[in-house]
Ligand binder design. Structure first.
Ligand code: GLN
Length: 487
C-alpha cells in the first residue's frame, strides 16, 4: 500500500469514527488524531513491516499505557495501566497504528455488549433508531471493523466473545488455540479459557495478524513453550493435506433450535464446501450438550478468584469512607461492579465453597476433559497436549466415524437480536443460551473462526473448528469458505 493510500484510508477511518460513534457508541477512548495520522505516514513508508500503514483498535480490556483500560466497569474507570499488553506492543512494533479502545461488556461477561459503563454498543449494520445487538462481549471490536473504523481489532474470547459479535456484525472473528497468543496485559476473566482473538473484514488480514502474534511470551505462564510449538508443527505437518481437499464434519449435536436464516446459511456453506471437492461427513460429540452448564460453572469460579483483586486498596474504584455499609471492601465492590459481574462472583464462590466443590466444580472439570477427548476422537490430527491418554473408547464402539480436518457449524442460533428483544428476554438466561455454539471450542482450547456467509441482504456467521494447534488449517478452510460470498 502506498503512503498516500494509507493516509487516505486512515483519514476515512477517523472520519467514520467521528460521524458514527455518537450514535453507535463503539469507541470509548481515542488517541489524538494528528498522532494517528503521523504514525500512519511514517509506518506506511516502512514497507518491510507486516502492518505498514494499518490501523487497529483494542477492546478495553487490553492494557495500554496511553489510554485508560476500564474493562467497561466503574471498578476500573479511568484506570491507566503502567505497562502495555504484549499483543499491543507486537502490533505496534510491526508498524500497526493504534487508534483507540472499544466498547465491551463489563469484564467481558455478556453476549450483547449492553452491559457497559459506557452504555450499550449498537450494531452498525442496522439503523440506530431500532438498535440491534452488536454481540458481546467484544461488541465494540466487531462493530469498529464492520463500520470501517479500522483495519482490524483485537478482542478476547472466553466463551465466544470474539465469534458471536463477529457473526452478528458480519465480519471475520478468529479465536486461536489456547496458549498461542500471549495474554500478558489482557485483564483476566477466566484464565483457563481467555484467548486473544482477531476481528477483521477478511481472512487474509486476520492471518497476517495471527502470524505476528503467534509466539511464545515469557511474561505469560500459560503461553506455549517453543518446544511444544515445534511438536505441534510436526504433528500438524504429518496430517497435512497436500491436495488441499479436506474432510469436513457436521456435528450432529449442533442441530438445535436454529432460526431459519441460520439453518439456511449452514446448509449453503456445507453445499459450497462439498461443491469445491471437499468431503462432508457427520460426526457426533455427545458431551457438547453439557458444554453450557460446564462453562457457566467453571468460568464464574475462575472469575470469582480473578476479580478478588478489585478491593479498592491497590487500584481502581474505592468507595467513600462515609459509606454505611461498613468496611472498605464490601462497598467498593458493591458500587464498583454491575449486577452481572456481582452475580457471577457470587455464583463462582458458591461453586468453590466446600459444600459444592465436589458436586459442581470437580464434576465440571471432568466434563470439560471429556469434551476434549471426544473432539480428539473425531479429528485426524492428534492433540499434542493429551497424547498418550486413551481416547479410543470415548465414542460408542458401534459407531464408526471418519476422522475430520475441521467441523463446520453455525456460530449462533440466531442473527443479531434487537436491544428490545434482549431487554425483554428472561433475565440473563437467554443470553447465556446464545453461547451454546461457541463455548465448546473454549472448553477444549480449540481454534475456531466465524466467517460471514451472505444470505440475501443479511449475513450469518458460520463457524469452523479444528484440532488444538491446527490453526493454519482452520484458516485455510476459512479462506475457501470466504469465497462463498463472491459467487
Ligand atoms: N457470553 C459469554 C459469557 O458471558 C462469553 C464471554 C466471553 O467470551 N468473554 O461469559
Amino acid at each position: 500500500m502506498s503512503g498516500v493510500t494509507a493516509i487516505k484510508r486512515a483519514e476515512s477511518y477517523l472520519a467514520n469514527i467521528a460521524a458514527k460513534n455518537p450514535e453507535f457508541n463503539i469507541f470509548v477512548s481515542q488517541r489524538n488524531q494528528n498522532n494517528v495520522i503521523d504514525e500512519v505516514k511514517t509506518s506506511a513508508l516502512d514497507t518491510d513491516k507486516k502492518l505498514a500503514g494499518q490501523v487497529f483498535a483494542l477492546k478495553d480490556n487490553f492494557c495500554t499505557t496511553e489510554l485508560p483500560t476500564s474493562c467497561g466497569s466503574k471498578a476500573l474507570e479511568n484506570y491507566v495501566s503502567p505497562f502495555e499488553a504484549t499483543t499491543s506492543k507486537l502490533l505496534r512494533e510491526a508498524g500497526g497504528t493504534f487508534v483507540g479502545k472499544v466498547n465491551m461488556d463489563e469484564f467481558a461477561m455478556g453476549s450483547n455488549n449492553m452491559i457497559s459503563l459506557y452504555g450499550p454498543c449498537k450494531n452498525p449494520l442496522f439503523s440506530p433508531d431500532t438498535p440491534r445487538s452488536a454481540g458481546g462481549s467484544s461488541g465494540g471490536s466487531a462493530a469498529a471493523v464492520a463500520a470501517n473504523m479500522c483495519d482490524f481489532a483485537l478482542g478476547s474470547d472466553t466463551g465466544g466473545s470474539v465469534r458471536l459479535p463477529a457473526a452478528y456484525c458480519g465480519v471475520v472473528g478468529f479465536k486461536p488455540s489456547y496458549g498461542l497468543i500471549s495474554r500478558y496485559g489482557l485483564v483476566a476473566y477466566a484464565q483457563s479459557f481467555d484467548t486473544v482473538g482477531i476481528l477483521s473484514r477478511d481472512v487474509a488480514t486476520c492471518e497476517t495478524v495471527f502470524d505476528l502474534l503467534n509466539q511464545h511470551d515469557s511474561n505469560d505462564s500459560t503461553s506455549l513453550s517453543d518446544q511444544l510449538r515445534d511438536q505441534i508443527c510436526l504433528s500438524v505437518a504429518e496430517k497435512r493435506r497436500d491436495d488441499h481437499k479436506f474432510t469436513i464434519g457436521i456435528v450432529e449435536e449442533n442441530n438445535l433450535d436454529l432460526s431459519d436464516e441460520v439453518r439456511q446459511a449452514w446448509i449453503k456453506a456445507v453445499e459450497f464446501l462439498h461443491a469445491q471437492g471437499h468431503k462432508v461427513v457427520t460426526v457426533s460429540i455427545p458431551s457438547v450438550k453439557h458444554s453450557l452448564p460446564t462453562y457457566f460453572i467453571l468460568s464464574p469460579s475462575e472469575a470469582a478468584s480473578n476479580l478478588a483483586r478489585y478491593d479498592g486498596v491497590r487500584f481502581g474504584y474505592r468507595a467513600g469512607t462515609d459509606s454505611d455499609q461498613g468496611v472498605l471492601y464490601a462497598p467498593t465492590r458493591n458500587e464498583g461492579f454491575g449486577d452481572e459481574v456481582r452475580r457471577r462472583i457470587i455464583l463462582g464462590n458458591f461453586n468453590l465453597g466446600s459444600d459444592f466443590f465436589g458436586n459442581h466444580y470437580r464434576q465440571a472439570q471432568k466434563v470439560r476433559r471429556r469434551v476434549q477427548h471426544e473432539y480428539n476422537a473425531i479429528f485426524r490430527t492428534p492433540n499434542v497436549l493429551t497424547q498418550g491418554e486413551d481416547v479410543n473408547n470415548i465414542l460408542d464402539e458401534n459407531v464408526e466415524f471418519e476422522r475430520v480436518d475441521v467441523v463446520v457449524g453455525p456460530t449462533s442460533r440466531t442473527t443479531a437480536p434487537t436491544h428490545d428483544e434482549v431487554n425483554n428476554a428472561e433475565a440473563s438466561v437467554e443470553s447465556y443460551v446464545n453461547d451454546v455454539m461457541t463455548v465448546p471450542a473454549n472448553l477444549a482450547g480449540l481454534p475456531a473462526i466465524t466467517i460471514p456467509v451472505g444470505l440475501g441482504a443479511s449475513t450469518v456467521g458460520i463457524q469452523l473448528t479444528g484440532q488444538f494447534g491446527d490453526d493454519k488449517k482452520v484458516l485455510e478452510v476459512a479462506r475457501i469458505l470466504e469465497r462463498i460470498n463472491q459467487q
